[in-house]
Design a protein around this ligand. Structure first.
Ligand code: AHG
Ligand code: MN
Ligand code: MN
Length: 336
């Protein structure tokens, strides 16, 4: 069976659908190359002195792991010089990183979670890189945080790379979702799924159950009903998974369906949720919708939310459409 590479896919997109300006194509190729480099570091593990914590904290007050910093640097370095970007933003940087003057400025903005699932690095469980691409819509010469504060529906592309048993790159440019597996002998990304579709129904949910006592009633109701199984109102048994790497949980959902939730909870009542809107929820919501699933914060479509700051947090419910609609209904019923 002949398979196509990432480059071929991008060239075909450029020729046919008009989804692929040259700068966007370069951007995606550069991000994909950076992910290869991150994969090499991840795979070296203890041999590469990449495990454990660094001495620093990020803007969210989380202790940074060595790999959080390595992955961040790899992505910045790879993306600075190509002329496709105006600026970047990352979970691991307090403010935006403007492309230095010595390089030409491009028309795109790149956001990333360089290493998602940091708590899983040292225990050799799947982790990943998540990215989101926006266009700089203002014509002003300079670039500021304001330029980034666009709703997720304006993303030009989004994706993630999961460093697991296989290294897989999952991408959308607004024309469905495709998956590429890293062929290590060739060093190239080879398309292994051309049309990812999430089944509308599922018997699998993903949530951190240890927070149950802190949940809001609609989340509690939904999970209680799942747990009641075949003799409860859902009349079927459910299975639970929680990897604690959003990339890995979303990858499972894109592969065989399911619902993922990181809801608001009463541990930190003033925060909307744990996950970050612009570089975790938005790219995943774009992918999930492009694969036929749904993504809300309990009441609103995630992609419709206009962020008010770079590191804004949001509650997340995403995955199989009928389940996401059910959870959203439960929230709306309570609100109404
Ligand atoms: P990050 O490692 O980038 O900070 O993100 C971790 C996130 C997400 O990947 C995962 O779903 C969630 O945090 C796990 O949180 P808990 O440890 O609270 O379950
Ligand atoms: Mn993350
Ligand atoms: Mn991270």
């Amino acid at each position: 069976m002949s398979r196509i590479s990432l480059t071929q896919y991008l060239v075909e997109q450029q020729r046919s659908g008009g989804h692929m300006p040259a700068q966007l194509r370069l951007l995606i190729e550069v991000v994909a190359r950076a992910c290869k480099r991150i994969a090499i570091s991840v795979n070296k593990g203890a041999l590469g002195d990449v495990l454990g914590s660094a001495v620093s904290e990020n803007v969210q007050g989380e202790v940074q792991k060595k790999l959080d910093i390595i992955a961040n640097e790899v992505l910045i370095e790879a993306n600075e010089w190509g002329g496709h970007l105006a600026a970047m933003a990352s979970e691991e940087m307090d403010s935006i990183h403007v492309v230095p003057n010595r390089f030409p400025q491009g028309e795109y903005l790149l956001l990333f979670d360089p290493l998602d699932g940091s708590s899983n690095i040292d225990v050799n469980v799947s982790i990943g890189t998540i990215f989101s691409v926006l266009r700089k819509v203002t014509n002003t010469r300079g670039v500021s945080e304001e330029d980034f504060l666009q709703p997720g529906k304006q993303q030009a592309a989004a994706g993630y790379c999961v460093y697991g048993p296989q290294t897989t790159l999952v991408l959308t440019v607004g024309d469905g979702v495709v998956m590429f597996t890293l062929d290590r002998e060739m060093g190239s990304w080879v398309m292994t799924e051309s049309e990812v579709k999430i089944p509308a129904d599922t018997k699998e949910f993903a949530i951190n159950m240890s927070n149950m006592r802190h949940w809001a009633p609609p989340v509690r109701r939904y999970i209680d009903e799942c747990l009641a199984g075949s003799t409860g109102p859902r009349e079927k048994d459910f299975n639970m998974r929680w990897v604690a790497s959003m990339v890995a949980d979303v990858h499972r959902i894109l592969t065989r369906g399911g619902v993922f939730m990181y809801p608001w909870d009463a541990r930190e009542p003033n925060k909307a949720g744990k996950l970050r809107l612009m570089y975790e929820a938005n790219p995943m919501a774009f992918l999930v919708e492009q694969a036929g699933g749904g993504a809300t914060d309990g009441t609103r479509r995630i992609l419709d939310i206009t962020p008010s700051k770079l590191h804004e947090r949001v509650a997340v419910v995403l995955g199989s459409k009928n389940e996401v609609e059910r959870v959203t209904q439960y929230h709306l019923q309570q609100a109404g």
